[in-house]
Structures are given as C-alpha cells and as structure tokens.
Write a protein that binds this ligand. Structure first.
Ligand SMILES: *[C@@H]1O[C@H](CO)[C@@H](O)[C@H](O)[C@H]1NC(C)=O
Ligand SMILES: *[C@@H]1O[C@H](CO)[C@@H](O)[C@H](O)[C@H]1NC(C)=O
Ligand SMILES: *[C@@H]1O[C@H](CO)[C@@H](O)[C@H](O)[C@H]1NC(C)=O
Ligand SMILES: *[C@@H]1O[C@H](CO)[C@@H](O)[C@H](O)[C@H]1NC(C)=O
Ligand SMILES: *[C@@H]1O[C@H](CO)[C@@H](O)[C@H](O)[C@H]1NC(C)=O
Ligand SMILES: *[C@@H]1O[C@H](CO)[C@@H](O)[C@H](O)[C@H]1NC(C)=O
Ligand SMILES: *[C@@H]1O[C@H](CO)[C@@H](O)[C@H](O)[C@H]1NC(C)=O
Ligand SMILES: *[C@@H]1O[C@H](CO)[C@@H](O)[C@H](O)[C@H]1NC(C)=O
Ligand SMILES: *[C@@H]1O[C@H](CO)[C@@H](O)[C@H](O)[C@H]1NC(C)=O
Ligand SMILES: *[C@@H]1O[C@H](CO)[C@@H](O)[C@H](O)[C@H]1NC(C)=O
Ligand SMILES: *[C@@H]1O[C@H](CO)[C@@H](O)[C@H](O)[C@H]1NC(C)=O
Ligand SMILES: *[C@@H]1O[C@H](CO)[C@@H](O)[C@H](O)[C@H]1NC(C)=O
Ligand SMILES: [Ca+2]
Length: 603
C-alpha cells in the first residue's frame, strides 16, 4: 500500500481528530523496562543519543512528612554525537500517576557538585524530579575535586566545563520534560485518516507537544552553585521553567571563586593572622551593636545597611575575648580546619579590626579602585577563621584557600596539582585572575547575563533569595545582579518604576541574619522561608504574587511567622512589633556598587 497523501488527494477524506490525552496507566504497568523503552525522549535534542543499554528502571517508595509516595526511577546515559568523552547520566523520579500534578522539577547542586542528592524532592508536589551527573562520571562525582576538569597538565576539559556551566542542566530539563509528557501521555494524539490513491484508508498518528496536550508546569529549585545553575538556565532558555526558586547563587563565577582567597591575602598583606577567636569576638560585637538598629532587639541584624551606616568597627578594639582549647572546629564556619586549637584569649587588637575592616571593604587593586564586593557586616569571617595553629611555632598560619585554589590552579592555570602557595600573591593578582576567568569562561560558568527578555516574554516567575549574613557568597552579589537586570530590562524607567516592573515577574528577598543557604548559628532567632517551592507554584499556577516571602522564626522571643520584604524595600520594626517594608534611600545607596578596577561594566 502506498500512501499518496497530498492535500488535494485527501480533500474531504482527512479527519484531524485531537484525542484527549488518555489518563496514564498504573505505575506498575508503566514502570517496566519494555514500557519505558517506548517512552524515552529519543528525539528531544538534536545531537543527543540515549544509550539504550544503560537504561535502568525500577519502582520505589519515599516517605516525606508522614506520607508515602510511590515512584518510578528512570536512569540512563546519553551521548553527544561525535564526541567520545562527554557522556552524561540523568535520573528521573516519576510519581505514581495518581499523585502526579502535571509538574516537572529540576534540582541542582552545591560547591563542586552539579547535583545534591536524590530528586525525590518533587514527589510531595506531584512533580517529576530530575538530576544530572554533568558528565563527571557518576552522580557522586564533582567538578574540581574529582579531577574531571583537567585532562592533563595544560589541557582543561572544555566539554565538562560547558556541561557544568549550563549544558547538562538544559539537556536534563528538555529530556525530563519530554519523558514526563510521554510517561503520563500529556501530548494529545492527532489521528489523521488518510485515503491513499488506491482508495485504501489508513491512520497517521502524530503527537502535538504543547498546542493541544495537557499543560506541564516546569520548575527549578536549588541554592549556591545550584543557584548559579538555575540562573544559567533562566538567562539562556527563557521558556524552560515556568517558575524558579534560586538561592544565594554562586554566579559572577570568576569573581566569586577568586574572592575566596581575598581574606587570606588581606592577612598576608597586613602581616597579621588573627586568632579565630579574635574574629569571632569582632562578629559578636557587631551583632550586639547592630541588632537593635532595625527596631527590634532579637539578636538578628535585619538591616546590615543601617549597621554599615551607623557602626564604626574601631569601637570593638580592646574588647576581651576567650575561647577554650578545642580539638574540633570552633563553630564559626570553619576555624582550625578541623585541627586542634589552643586556648585563645586577649583583647581585640587594632590590627585584628583592620583585617576585618579590609575584608568588609572588599577587594581593591593597588590603585585603590574597587574590584569586588564583600560579605555584609555581621556575617562571620568564614574564609579567615579557617586559619590553622602551628603548635611548633605557636603562631596562627594563613587559612586554606579551598575552592579558590582549585578554581585558579586547575581551571584557570590548567594544572592537575593544586597545592597553591600564597607566596607573592597580592590584591592585583586576584584582580587579574578575576579578569582572566571572566573573559575565558563568560559563556559557560560566569552566569551574569542580565537581559532576561525571553524569560519575561515566556511568563516565567523567579523567587531569588539570599541570606543577608551569608559568609560564602556575598549577599551584595545578588543585589548587584538584580540592580543590573532592572536597569538592563527597563532602561527608560526610573528606579522605582523599573523595580515595580521587574517585581511583576522576578523578586529578590534578603533573609535577615541568615547564612549561606541556611539559618545562622550566630543569629539563630532569624527567620527562614517556609516552603519556597509552594510559593513559586502559587505564583505561577494561581497568580498569587509573593509580595512578601513567607518565613518563620523558630527560636527566641519572637517565634512565629515573619514576612520577608522584597528588595529594595527593607524591614523595620517600631518597638519590636509591627514590621514595615520601608523604602530607605540612604540604605539602598549602600548596596549600589561600581567596580572601577575593571574598564568593562561588571554585571
Ligand atoms: C534505542 O531504542 C529505541 C526504542 O527501542 C530505538 O528506537 C532506537 O533505535 C534505539 N537506539 C539505538 C541507538 O539503538
Ligand atoms: C535509581 O536507579 C539507579 C540505577 O538504576 C540506582 O542506582 C538508584 O539507586 C535508584 N534510585 C532510587 C531512588 O530508586
Ligand atoms: C512510610 O510510610 C508508610 C505509610 O505511611 C508507613 O507504613 C511506613 O512505616 C513508613 N516508612 C518509614 C521508613 O517511615
Ligand atoms: C603538572 O605541572 C606541575 C607544574 O609544572 C608539576 O608540578 C606536576 O608535576 C605536573 N604533573 C604531571 C602529572 O605532569
Ligand atoms: C492510529 O490511531 C488509530 C486510532 O486512533 C489506531 O487505530 C491506529 O492503529 C493508529 N495507527 C498507528 C500506526 O499506530
Ligand atoms: C488544538 O490547538 C489548535 C491551535 O491552537 C486549536 O485551534 C484547536 O482548537 C485545538 N484543539 C483542541 C481539541 O483543543
Ligand atoms: C571610625 O572611628 C575611627 C576612630 O575614631 C575614625 O578614625 C574613623 O574615621 C571612623 N570611621 C568612620 C567611617 O567614621
Ligand atoms: C585587656 O584589656 C583590659 C582592660 O580593658 C586589661 O586589663 C587587660 O590587661 C587586657 N588584656 C590583654 C591580654 O592585653
Ligand atoms: C602542642 O604542644 C603542646 C606543648 O608543647 C603539647 O602539650 C600538645 O600536645 C601539642 N599539641 C598537638 C596537637 O601536637
Ligand atoms: C519615577 O517616575 C514616577 C512616575 O513617572 C514618578 O512619579 C516618580 O516621581 C519618579 N521618581 C523619581 C525618583 O524620579
Ligand atoms: C513556625 O515555627 C513554629 C515553631 O517551631 C511551628 O510551630 C510552626 O509550625 C512553623 N510554621 C511553619 C509555617 O512552618
Ligand atoms: C524588644 O524585645 C527585647 C527582647 O524581648 C526586649 O528586651 C526589649 O525590651 C524590647 N524593646 C521594646 C522597646 O519593647
Ligand atoms: Ca534586630
């Protein structure tokens, strides 16, 4: 039988018939190797081929908040055609059809990991969850730490850098969304009756992806490096996610990663390594002095801007400090590198305050031009308190520069060994490395593209949050990006108008007193957002705008719900009660940054 199908020949004999998507079969029927083999997204991405022999399928259960969820676990590897060394594993956790709510959720990683844990996070939301190994060689493998970023001395693995930068997450989302559509039969089937030239009839069945099928809502949620990964998608693929919750993104990667060596270089330059206990005392004094400035004495600096404007660090000089000898970390985000620390006591020195102030001022080049921003006042000095005590000399030695060493040693310099010494490294050298990393990895890891028009045009919604006392990714980094997006997207509007327009689809919330993607042991009475994924789902699916982010205080005198103001509004209390989100120009001005150390604008 030949099908001689032309519009003319078929005239009057073609019935285009959109079938309603049949509700999917049971989990047990769907979740078998043979069933899944017919549902995989083979054609979803040009140049990507699923390796059939790697497909793993099993059912499982997961308990969360007293509810048990059944799921199908689909894991497989795919290749990039023509490339031998860029195979990627993905895993999808697909809820039982009876609990599926037409949602897909991508999850991300942290530090050097492209994923953190199992993507069962979606189950409580009726969402398929996905994760990728980024081509690192397994879900537990990491970027720098497992050596996948440098193939040989001098040869960085540009495929892995591209995959880590943005490509693996994009492919995971595209494959995951199509797998979801196939698994739950979301695509309407168009069955067309075709009459051939010889008079026989046949049916040609095609699926229509978005036009007639059931709507699939797509989400992203992650923090830190996972926040950067989220932005890597939102900046490039505007219609990929309907909603995203991105926390403390480690974006402006070249600056962010090199900045982790700044504290050590300050100590080297000023030739003073403060005992961690001295820096802890400085932070405690800052918190005590600045807590009440927000109008509520609760142990939380909710207005680091008022602290910056009204508190002079030199007032801490002479404050006595004492820390008992310890065999473990002192609890300040990393003292002693896990090694033992002796008893520490003394009075806060002028040099100790100078180290702290220089760190808070941010990186400047030798001409005094600002090159980068720093952690907000009140955050702990995590990169400085990881100094180690040399029992033989009785002195504190420069802190380990951790992630900055692997970034610069491996990715920037292409060396397989990363035992980087700080000898000879000064502020100008850090600035040079920022510039080099920025230029060389702008299209992969840097992640600061500020024109979000495709996202806005597609109707995407973003909740972006950042702990105001973050001691790893400076909170100002998020504010600077938000301000850049506002001025880029709305160049003809004034500040208030631009922020009003932007807030319709992208909102930034600074979490008072919070640390990096977490609550803060130094300000434990601070609020932490409740279920942010639910809040973005409500925004996307029900139009409930998160004017303030819902949060909760779980310790101290003010336990209960607390609203988090959306930037640029700032929280203020009258006599401990009745918080307002106020517009305070002097405060806003402290969050505006320029970086004259670079001739190019830093987005
Ligand atoms: C993988 O399996 C599918 C479905 O059985 C098949 O259509 C496809 O050709 C296979 N791919 C390869 C590369 O063999
Ligand atoms: C999913 O499947 C993979 C490979 O088949 C397996 O390693 C993993 O443990 C499974 N995970 C869950 C949560 O079932
Ligand atoms: C998970 O939930 C089910 C149903 O509520 C319950 O029977 C089971 O004991 C739970 N399992 C665990 C490990 O909590
Ligand atoms: C890589 O280069 C560094 C610096 O030159 C050198 O110390 C190291 O031995 C080299 N490693 C290998 C495996 O060649
Ligand atoms: C197309 O769908 C019709 C019913 O809608 C079915 O009878 C026919 O077998 C299908 N054709 C193919 C090739 O799957
Ligand atoms: C399918 O989509 C087309 C184009 O949007 C529309 O004209 C048509 O009415 C839709 N059909 C059904 C059954 O929804
Ligand atoms: C802080 O106090 C010191 C000592 O009184 C003074 O030299 C310095 O100018 C003050 N800094 C600011 C920003 O006011
Ligand atoms: C710390 O300062 C107090 C006075 O404020 C003084 O009595 C004490 O000797 C000082 N301690 C040290 C170790 O300098
Ligand atoms: C450090 O030195 C002291 C005295 O010299 C000694 O008692 C102690 O055991 C040493 N600690 C470590 C961890 O070596
Ligand atoms: C911004 O524009 C609005 C509306 O045009 C106007 O009411 C407001 O005064 C302007 N604000 C500033 C600071 O110029
Ligand atoms: C807020 O914290 C309190 C105290 O721990 C708790 O009882 C309450 O359930 C929390 N509310 C939310 C929405 O998490
Ligand atoms: C604010 O709350 C703190 C802690 O409960 C309390 O000590 C202080 O007196 C309160 N201040 C006012 C003005 O109510
Ligand atoms: Ca306070």
């Amino acid at each position: 039988m030949t099908i001689a199908f032309t519009l003319a020949a078929a005239a009057g004999a073609v019935l285009a018939n959109a079938m309603p998507a049949p509700r999917a079969a049971s989990l047990d029927t769907l979740c078998t190797s043979s069933s899944v083999a017919g549902l995989l997204p083979y054609d979803a991405i040009l140049g990507v081929t699923i390796v059939n022999s790697t497909v793993g399928v099993n059912t499982g259960t997961y308990n969360s908040s007293g509810t048990q969820y059944s799921y199908c676990n689909v894991t497989f590897q795919y290749e990039h055609d023509g490339v031998s060394d860029a195979d990627v594993w993905v895993q999808y956790i697909l809820p039982d059809p009876s609990t599926f709510k037409n949602r897909y959720l991508s999850t991300g990683g942290g530090g050097n990991a492209i994923n953190s844990g199992v993507p069962t996070n979606g189950l409580a939301y009726g969402a398929v969850g996905g994760r990728t190994d980024g081509g690192f060689g397994g879900f537990d493998a990491e970027f720098d730490t497992d050596g996948v970023d440098v193939l040989a001395n001098g040869t960085v693995n540009i495929w892995v850098i591209k995959l880590f930068g943005y490509l693996a997450h994009h492919e995971m989302a595209v494959l995951g969304k199509q797998l979801t559509r196939n698994f739950y039969s979301l695509d309407a089937t168009i069955s067309t009756e075709v009459t051939s030239g010889d008079g026989t009839t046949n049916y040609v069945n095609t699926t229509s992806t978005e036009t007639n099928g059931t709507r699939l809502y797509s989400y992203y949620q992650a923090c830190s490096e996972g926040g950067r990964e989220g932005w890597s998608q939102l900046q490039r693929f505007g219609d990929q996610f309907d909603g995203a919750v991105v926390g403390a993104p480690a974006f402006r990667y070249a600056h962010q990663q090199a900045n982790h060596m700044f504290s050590a270089v300050v100590e080297q330059t000023l030739d003073y390594v403060p005992p961690p206990c001295e820096l802890e005392a400085i932070v405690t004094a800052i918190i005590d002095a600045c807590d009440p400035l927000d109008g509520r004495t609760d142990g939380v600096i909710s207005r680091s801007d008022l602290c910056l404007l009204n508190f002079n660090l030199t007032s801490v000089i002479g404050t006595s400090y004492y820390c008992a000898a310890s065999t473990a970390s002192s609890g300040m985000g990393g003292n002693g590198g896990g090694s033992s620390a002796p008893e520490q006591s003394g009075n806060v020195s002028a040099l100790g305050v100078e180290v702290a102030q220089t760190i808070l001022d941010g990186l400047h080049d030798s001409n005094g031009n600002k090159a980068y921003l720093s952690w907000a006042i009140g955050a702990s000095f995590a990169d400085a308190t990881s100094s180690t005590y040399n029992n033989a000399t009785g002195k504190w030695e420069l802190p380990d520069i951790g992630i900055a060493a692997t970034w610069i040693g491996r990715v920037l310099l292409g060396l397989q060994e990363t035992d980087m010494s700080l000898t000879g490294i000064d502020y100008d050298q850090i600035v040079d490395w920022m510039y080099y990393g920025w230029q060389n990895y702008f299209d992969t890891l840097h992640t600061t593209w500020p024109d979000l028009s495709p996202l806005n045009n597609a109707g995407g919604k973003v909740i972006h949050y950042h702990g105001e006392a973050d001691n790893s990714v400076p909170v100002g980094s998020s504010v600077h990006y938000y301000e850049t997006v506002a001025s880029t997207m709305y160049p003809s509007l004034n500040y208030t108008e631009a922020h009003t327009a932007l807030a319709e689809w992208y909102r930034l919330y600074l979490i008072p007193g919070a640390a990096h993607c977490a609550t803060n042991s130094l300000q434990p009475n601070g609020p932490w957002p409740t279920d942010m994924l639910s809040q973005v789902i409500s925004w996307v699916e029900d139009g409930v705008v998160p004017t303030t982010l819902s949060a909760n205080v779980t310790e101290g005198d003010f336990i209960g719900s607390q609203d988090i103001c959306a930037w640029p509004l700032r929280p203020y209390w009258n006599s401990n009660t009745s918080m307002v989100c106020q517009y305070d120009q002097a405060s806003i001005d402290t969050w505006q940054y320029t970086f004259p150390a670079f001739k190019l604008p830093v987005w």
